[in-house]
Design a protein around this ligand. Structure first.
Ligand code: G3P
Ligand code: MG
Length: 241
């Protein structure tokens, strides 16, 4: 269990504004092995790091992300909604986060809009040292990415009770992992993934008891908003060291 993998979900998003560099820096300080982030495409084709399709919840902007240029997005405040100390924290571009992470931290790039797929791939080709796992709920997009990039590590996201279809598509695409909603995990799902040689990374787990339960069940790692709490839980147990 020594290689149990902790993904910081949107960065250390319990203590810093999600999907900002501040949250990513904190996640690294708190001992995350990797960082999950969400990607949309700006109007002018730049992959940007933000969860929602629209700007309202996590920025002082309005309307769809896809209607703003990267320069316009850059001017928005993506931190002030969370706490005054983070006021002025920008929406990062994916390029900036890749450059920040280098080969130190693995990034899980969750593609939220299919339109971003090709641009993400081009960016990754220009950053061969970066360690990534590309994931999406859009399994057709992942299959297309596989056709364009034979070696790209892929993670198939699933939140449906009907997980077997998603798992089949993951196996067909030669995915690295199956990433289920954590309350969908079952012994049948775990054993099907294990038989197929897929890692299992459930999301999103902040409760230490649940984390240890899942770790003992044999998941390969998980997504948490609270990497420091997760590290403490693992350190106080026999799993995950
Ligand atoms: O990738 C795991 C998780 O991030 C999927 O859901 O809505 O938090 O992007 P969401
Ligand atoms: Mg996500």
């Amino acid at each position: 269990m020594g290689d149990f993998f902790l993904w910081a979900h949107r960065g250390a998003s319990r203590q810093a504004p999600e999907n900002t560099l501040a949250a990513f820096v904190l996640a690294e300080e708190q001992g995350a092995d990797g960082i999950e982030l969400d990607v949309h495409l700006s109007r002018d084709g730049v992959p940007v790091v933000i969860h929602d399709e629209t700007l309202e919840r996590t920025t002082d902007g309005h309307g769809p992300v896809s209607k703003r240029s990267a320069v316009e997005l850059r001017r928005l405040d993506a931190g002030g909604w969370f706490a005054p100390a983070y006021r002025g924290e920008p929406i990062p571009t994916l390029e900036a986060v890749l450059d920040w992470a280098g080969d130190r931290l693995r990034l899980n790039i969750e593609i939220k809009s299919a339109a971003a797929g090709r641009a993400v791939l081009e960016l990754l080709r220009s950053r061969p040292d970066c360690r990534v796992l590309v994931s999406s709920f859009d399994h057709r997009l992942l299959a297309r990415l596989r056709e364009m990039a034979a070696d790209l590590p892929l993670g198939f996201l699933s939140e449906s009770r009907l997980w077997r279809g998603g798992l089949r598509r993951a196996i067909t695409a030669g995915a690295e992992s199956f990433n289920p909603r954590e309350d969908r995990i079952s012994p049948a799902m775990l054993s099907a993934c294990q038989s197929a040689g897929l890692a299992v990374y459930p999301w999103t787990v902040d409760d230490p008891k649940r984390l240890l339960f899942l770790a003992r069940r044999g998941v390969s790692g998980l997504f948490t908003n609270d990497p420091s709490g997760a590290r403490r839980a693992l350190a106080g147990s026999r799993v995950g060291g």
